[in-house]
Design a protein around this ligand. Structure first.
Ligand SMILES: [Ca+2]
Length: 194
């Protein structure tokens, strides 16, 4: 199923333009530019529209943005661990003393290539996953449809990557390192508490 809703298509037009260049042959002397985009996750049970992603040239910049500056990775990093997120948050909490910190949690990251490589799309939210807090996207949009090859989830979440929109059809769950039977097949996603 590759049906795309027009509203989502319109929202992601900018992202499409960026990602088209990311599919250029890798044989060129210069590496093809990759896009590392960030979106606020949409809470399940709400119908708020997917917001326009904010995109960066590097994965490290995307993660810093998504975590409100609490997690700063090496410029060449392509992935992040829960431990790195926890340490970044703990340092920010310690630095803030008695003041509360306003740093979002990572919900999940989708990757264009296997082994957490290639273009990335990171989702964050003010609250981690719990019995009353889950997230979803009914359609990943034209740029990412049937492209995701690996994914990881964080903050008490497990990602479910479905072949059809509205979380239907076959699916694979995180941690998802190698494409396998769902390689380049995802159209919708949900994140539930572990
Ligand atoms: Ca892929």
């Amino acid at each position: 199923m590759t049906k795309i809703r027009p509203t989502t298509a319109a929202l992601l037009t900018g992202l499409t333009a960026v990602l088209l260049t990311a599919t250029a042959p890798a044989s060129a002397a210069l590496a093809a530019p990759e896009s590392h985009c960030v979106s606020e996750a949409v809470k399940m049970g709400t119908t708020s529209p997917v917001r326009e992603p904010v995109c960066f040239a590097s994965f490290a910049e995307a993660i810093s943005y998504a975590t409100d500056g609490t997690v700063n990775l090496a410029p060449t990093a392509t992935s992040v661990t829960q431990d790195q997120l926890d340490r970044g948050r703990a340092a920010a909490v310690a630095k803030a003393g008695n003041r509360a910190i306003a740093a979002d949690y990572l919900i999940g990251i989708s990757y264009w290539d296997a082994d957490e490589k290639g273009a990335s799309w990171t989702f964050h939210h003010a609250a981690p996953c719990s019995a009353t807090q889950a997230y979803y996207t009914d359609n990943v949009g034209p740029a990412w449809n049937d492209q995701i090859s690996s994914a990881r989830a964080y903050s008490g979440c497990r990602g479910y990557y479905y072949e059809d929109h509205y979380q239907r059809g076959g699916y694979i769950t995180t941690p998802w390192t190698v494409g396998g039977y769902m390689n380049d097949s995802t159209t919708s996603v949900k994140w539930l508490a572990l």
